[in-house]
Design a protein around this ligand. Structure first.
Ligand SMILES: Cc1ncc(COP(=O)(O)O)c(C=O)c1O
Length: 400
């Protein structure tokens, strides 16, 4: 039985994930590790499969945004170090201990509360990375005094271990380096203050993809590689610089569900915003905004068919879109590429992001659980992951 019934799928090229990790490995000092950022289900690519490939290709640890994402990785049998980058309420610290997942901290109250809970439950200590806010204005301590207080609280906690210190850059992907250099200087001054207090620094990290590309010598103990892992550049400017060559890993594909030639003019989709002219071929594709193909692509998006570009016509529906093909073209079950390459043409996630007025990060993150992920290595399908899998369907005919 086919692992999914509707022919709409995301293809993830594991060779691309490997190539991207190896590219960063070659770009960075040998002493700098690679923490693969697989939050948001691996930026929509599938966290478990990307994590496995990244670890097999030279990454040595993983990062997620929240503890639940770490639970998924551990449940899948991944035993590499995992850091939760975001806030974890202290009442979830027992899970982190049981699963040996490191957490992020930036407040003394949290440290006291988390430590108490672990002591009461008599659980193993949890590793904690201290987050410093050097100019992102999000999570983290902003002053040396607060940093020293938080570190002292950690050192006084029997059930918490100070295992890391980090910061996150707000503007590392821009041509003007004033802000990122300012943030790095502040981070360095935090590190210096700790050294002056006689502290032995734990794992130090600050670089996201953009900073790792532009400032590889700021790698410290590890970079946190997110968007670059997936073969995407953090901004059009970073792509232009071309310091590293990345290979996009994700394609979005479907097959034609219906196709008709307009004999008389007919209107297409809700709101009748497009009228097919006589002779036009209108193909219906089984994907819509409920899959994460944005309604903002109505009458604007393009797809690849037969190696050429064709226009989305009419409004994107919840489960379907229509495209205009040339007269004579288009048969049911023929393949159409929505994102990715076909022949010599490519619809990049950068292009889609520009159409949507957003960044490439958001485009794969929008593709949701309705779409199966098909993992490909050396052009062969190696695994299919589909939360709506046919195996959950009743085995027997329900009428029997
Ligand atoms: C704290 C932190 N570190 C690293 C990353 C990875 O960033 P990028 O995807 O730009 O490499 C993110 C992603 O937003 C993040 O929030």
């Amino acid at each position: 039985m086919k692992p999914f019934s509707r022919d709409t799928w995301v293809e993830v090229d594991l060779n691309a994930i490997r190539a991207n990790v190896e590219t960063f490995r070659g770009h960075l000092p040998k002493s700098t590790g690679i923490m693969a950022v697989v939050k948001a289900d691996g930026y929509g690519h599938g966290a478990v499969h990307v994590a496995r490939e990244a670890l097999a290709s030279g990454a040595d640890s993983l990062a997620v945004a929240m503890l639940d994402e770490a639970v998924i990785l551990r449940t899948a049998g991944i035993d590499a170090p995992i850091l939760v980058l975001g806030y974890t309420p202290a009442d979830s610290v027992e899970t982190a201990s049981r699963l040996n997942v490191e957490l992020t901290a930036y407040s003394t109250e949290w440290i006291v509360s988390a430590n108490q809970r672990l002591e009461q439950a008599e659980l193993r200590p949890v590793g904690v990375h201290v987050k410093t806010d050097t100019g992102m204005g999000r999570l983290g301590v902003r002053t040396t005094a607060d940093l020293l207080e938080v570190v002292a609280a950690l050192e006084n906690s029997a059930k918490l271990e100070w295992t890391g210190i980090f910061t996150h850059f707000a503007c590392a992907d821009e041509p003007d380096t004033t802000h990122v250099r300012g943030q790095h200087e502040m981070f360095q001054s935090f590190l210096q203050a700790l050294r002056e207090q006689g502290k032995k620094l734990p794992k130090v990290h600050c670089c996201n993809t953009a900073a790792a590309i532009a400032f590889p010598d700021w790698g410290y103990d590890t970079i946190r590689l997110g968007i670059g892992l997936y073969g995407l550049y953090p901004s059009p400017y970073m792509k232009e610089r071309a310091d590293v060559r990345l290979v996009p890993a994700l394609s979005l594909k479907t097959k034609i569900a219906h196709v008709k030639t307009a004999v008389e003019p007919f209107t297409v989709s809700y709101g009748a915003t497009y009228t097919a002219k006589p002779g036009e071929r209108i193909a219906t594709l089984p994907i819509g905004y409920a899959d994460g193909y944005s309604r903002l692509l109505s009458n604007r998006g393009e797809v690849l068919y037969n190696g050429s570009r064709y226009q989305v016509v009419g409004r994107v529906c919840m489960d379907q879109i229509m495209v205009r093909l040339e007269p004579g073209l288009g048969q049911v079950d023929e393949e159409v590429v929505l994102y990715g390459k076909q022949g010599n043409e490519e619809i990049s996630l950068d292009e889609v992001a520009a159409l949507l007025g957003t960044i490439n990060y958001e485009v794969p993150c929008m593709l949701n659980y309705r779409i199966p992920r098909v993992y490909v290595r050396n052009k062969e399908v190696v695994e299919v992951f589909h939360p709506l899998a046919m195996k959950h369907a009743p085995e027997k005919n329900v009428n029997n």
